[in-house]
Design a protein around this ligand. Structure first.
Ligand code: GLC
Length: 485
């Protein structure tokens, strides 16, 4: 049996370093790929390995990985040393690249030029690492702009020496609007030629993301609907023409959820465990959550929760405005998250306007998010765009019904109850407007009174299979379609 070698690159991977959803995916997908049952590997085995920058945050968790080798990465302002280490995380072989541009800098810096220096250095070093390793990658799988440049550098290498070892490339987009603006100076410093392709917009000729879209053998994003949406001007962020010309190699594979890490029957961080079979025990979580926030405890009043980065993407403003417009209805709400100060303020203002029933928890608190999924009745997720989204899956798993915009991964993972009375798992609305949000919320508040229908919907959500195995298999097939020589 042949072995297919895949190097998976990302800026972050749980449990070593996690800032957002990318960290969840890079933490669980390589693991899921390695864990696929033997039947899945019909004609080959996959050896997936992870490559991360040796961020300070990673250094704290893994202070002494095995040193492999070091080499200089040349630039106009002088050579910088890249140090390569080897380790393992949850059984997945791990390579780390350290060096001056990576040390003493957060994973994502507010200074985009610093991030440019860091990730351009990382990508240039990753190319050299690929060349030096005895283990030869058949497929290089890069994620988001931070590692996108490897794909472009490999394409230049392939052009220059087509007969040499040249791995195939996959580029996955978790967040299209972040393209790597700020990398210009680093491109010049490391002597990386800008794109000359006419369909890469003039402003993006030195952005890693468009260059990977231009040159990758396959481009994927994290849901089927989003893969379609990005071909349109509304979602394409100026790259829709480029993406359209590449539509034959663009596809969507929905993210999975770590079903063991998110299991309400075995979660020590929630007050009362429960399952679809013991749903009545869930009530204790709602009561505890209301008490924690000094809200009246009343099972008949729906408790709405929002767990989100406070970002324009997430449509927090739509939720705040929509909630204010439904002040004459009976509900309570807890809004959790940090980010844009204006949106944080809008949440605080709603709390001051409706002090008996709204709480704004302006912080990042993973454990609280678990208590909110376990105790809340409805999760609000009115995202303007959502490549996949994970919160809606976590919420459903914990019996909290999602109310979301019908976009991207939200549309692919939630079935609207009004359209599908027998199989629905949530509430969807289309236009990104507060009144449409309010319309969906009105439907939800009405249905909440029908206890039987509500519980049936909760159980359907809890029984959904969001596990990684199906999506991991899709990635495996994609690798196989490219990598076997
Ligand atoms: C980004 C996207 C989110 C997706 C996550 C992981 O954070 O905004 O929709 O779920 O990446 O792919």
């Amino acid at each position: 049996m042949k072995t297919l070698n895949v190097l998976f690159l990302a800026a972050e991977a749980d449990p070593l370093v996690k800032v957002g959803g990318l960290g969840d995916v890079a933490g669980s997908l390589p693991l899921a790929l390695r864990g696929l049952p033997a039947e899945a590997h019909t004609n080959c085995r996959v050896d997936v390995r992870l490559l991360l920058p040796y961020h300070d945050a990673v250094r704290q968790k893994l202070p002494s990985p095995d040193f492999l080798f070091s080499f200089p990465v040349e630039s106009k302002t002088g050579a910088r040393t890249a140090e390569v280490f080897q380790s393992e995380v949850n059984g997945v072989p791990l390579y780390l690249i350290g060096g001056e541009p990576i040390a003493n800098s957060p994973v994502y810096s507010p200074d985009s030029a610093a991030d440019g220096r860091k990730y351009v250095f990382f990508s240039a070093a990753a190319l050299k690492l690929l060349e030096r390793l005895e283990w030869k990658a058949d497929v290089v799988h890069a994620n988001d702009w931070h590692t996108a440049l490897v794909v472009y550098l490999l394409s230049l290498r392939r052009k220059a020496s087509p007969a040499a070892w040249n791995p195939k490339t996959i580029f996955t987009m978790h967040n299209l609007p972040f393209m790597g603006a700020g990398t210009d100076a680093a491109f010049d410093d490391y002597g990386i030629p800008p794109s000359r392709y006419s369909l890469v917009p003039w402003w993006g000729k030195k952005f890693p993301l468009p260059l990977a879209v231009q040159t990758a053998d396959r481009v994927t994003t994290v849901s089927k609907t989003y893969a379609q949406e990005i071909l349109t001007p509304e979602f394409g962020c100026g790259l829709e023409k480029l993406l359209q010309t590449r539509h034959k190699v663009v596809s969507g594979i929905v993210n999975g959820l770590d079903m063991d890490a998110w299991d309400p029957s075995a979660d020590a961080r929630i007050p009362a465990s429960f399952s679809a079979e013991t749903l009545d025990q869930r009530a204790a979580n709602k009561e505890a959550l209301a008490r924690e926030f000094d809200l009246d405890t009343n099972p008949a009043v729906p408790l709405l929760v929002l767990v989100s980065r406070m970002d324009q993407q997430k449509g927090v403003d739509l939720a705040v405005e929509g909630l204010a417009s439904l002040a004459d209805r009976d509900w309570q709400a807890i809004l959790l998250g940090t980010g844009n100060p204006d949106l944080e303020d809008a949440c605080r203002k709603l709390e001051s306007a409706l002090p008996k029933r709204v709480r704004a928890a302006i912080r990042f608190d993973v454990n609280l998010s678990r208590r909110m999924y376990a105790g809340g009745d409805i999760l609000l997720m009115p995202s303007r765009y959502e490549p996949c989204g994970l919160a809606q899956m976590m919420a459903m798993r914990y019996g909290c019904i999602p109310l979301a915009r019908a976009t991207g991964g939200l549309q692919d993972t939630i079935s609207d109850i009004s359209a599908n009375p027998e199989s629905g798992t949530g509430f969807l609305f289309k236009p990104a407007a507060a009144e449409d949000f309010a319309g969906a919320l009105t439907r939800a508040l009405d249905l909440f009174k029908d206890r039987q229908a509500w519980q049936a919907m909760q159980k359907r959500g809890m029984r959904q299979d969001f596990s990684w195995s199906k999506s991991a298999l899709e990635y495996l097939r994609l690798y196989q379609s490219l990598g076997l020589r």
